[in-house]
Design a protein around this ligand. Structure first.
Ligand SMILES: [Zn+2]
Ligand SMILES: [Zn+2]
Length: 351
């Protein structure tokens, strides 16, 4: 075969020309001379193919990845080895060197490219939201029919902080840009709805109570017609605490435990334990507080009757013997509660 470019007749042909003439202007890879990388100066996220991805990778690694991403290898190349090197970094520009060794139609060739990678520091959408004090949800910490104690506020603050710290690993909007302290309770502004819900649930875990959500349209995206909603999540903690007395479906109970699912109490008439779910919260009535418990003493005891002193008029009151009462000794100090003019002796285990 005859090469029309160089006139050679004894060479391997690639199409109409010989391999040497083909390789003269051949490049194994294509890579732009200038590459730009956008990095968030706050969180180190970087913009790749139109998407911000969270990553805390070092700057050099970002440069290498930018080079890799911008290389396209031509089809004829086989057994290629690509070597990337950063020559020097001057300010925001990294001067890089790309070396390629590969085979094209059985001939091993080498080529080099000089590439500059420019790192543009900017602010990612998440960080710009945080900077502007953006929030998606408001967790309203409230109590039913009472004020919240300073101690409860402190506990709540700690829970909010702890929950957000834990959430931050997976949600960068897990932050609280503002706490509004109102007479009726605190409003915790939370960056994301997801973390707002976590916060409300963590508060419920500690205090019990009822969570309610409502949303308000705060703006509308004119291009998509989609509304931007902010969600208010109210957690209303119960009026009663552990050791208080409540009425539920004609039962009088002393509360012995509260958690995120239920209230547990001991029935003062039967000494048996009873469970109320939070969905039935509205049917619970607080009747006496722990502070209303009085101390009196056992006057006498028989197999069926236990007699205690009513401190209001110093009369002797006969109560039916119940499970747990048999261990009381005559003269022993005991706790009683008077409800609807009936005196109840509290079991030792109730405290
Ligand atoms: Zn030729
Ligand atoms: Zn960022």
């Amino acid at each position: 075969m005859f090469c029309p470019e160089c006139g050679a007749t004894d060479k391997q042909m690639v199409g109409d020309i010989c391999i040497d003439c083909f390789l003269k202007n051949y490049q194994m890879i294509n890579i732009p001379e200038k590459i730009e990388v956008h990095i968030c100066s706050h969180c180190n996220s970087k913009l790749e193919e139109g998407k911000w991805s969270e990553s805390n990778i070092p700057e050099e690694e970002i440069i290498y990845r930018a080079l890799e991403r911008n290389i396209t290898i031509n089809d004829e190349v086989e057994n290629e080895i690509i070597n990337l090197e950063i020559d020097q970094i001057k300010g925001t520009i990294a001067e890089c060197f790309v070396e390629v060794v590969g085979e094209v139609y059985g001939t091993q060739i080498e080529e080099t490219h000089d590439v500059s990678v420019r790192i543009l520091k900017t602010v990612c959408p998440t960080c710009s939201k945080i900077q502007s004090g953006y929030y998606e949800s408001v967790v309203q910490f409230r109590a039913a029919n009472r004020t919240i104690s300073q101690e409860e506020y402190e506990t709540a603050n700690n829970i909010v902080e702890r929950t957000l710290n834990k959430q931050y690993k997976s949600d960068k909007l897990a932050y609280c840009p503002q706490i509004a302290t109102l007479k009726e309770g605190y409003d915790y502004y939370i960056g994301s709805l997801k973390s707002g819900r976590k916060v409300a649930n963590a508060l419920k875990e500690e205090f019990g109570g009822v969570i309610q959500e409502s949303s308000r349209l705060i703006s509308e995206d004119k291009s998509t017609g989609k509304g931007l909603y902010r969600i208010w999540i109210s957690i209303r903690i119960p009026e009663f605490s552990v050791h208080d007395f409540i009425k539920y479906q004609e039962k009088i109970l002393q509360v012995i435990d509260i958690d995120k699912n239920r209230v547990q109490g001991t029935d003062l008439n039967t000494n048996k334990s009873s469970t109320i779910l939070w969905k039935d919260y509205e049917a619970i009535e607080l009747i006496k507080k722990e502070e209303d418990i009085e101390i009196t003493s056992i006057i006498s005891k028989s197999p069926n009757i236990i007699q205690i002193l009513d401190l209001t008029d110093y009369s002797a009151v006969d109560l039916d013997m119940k499970e747990g009462f048999e261990n009381f000794q005559i003269g022993e100090e005991v706790k009683v509660i008077k409800i609807d003019n009936i005196l109840y002796l509290l079991n030792k285990v109730i405290k």
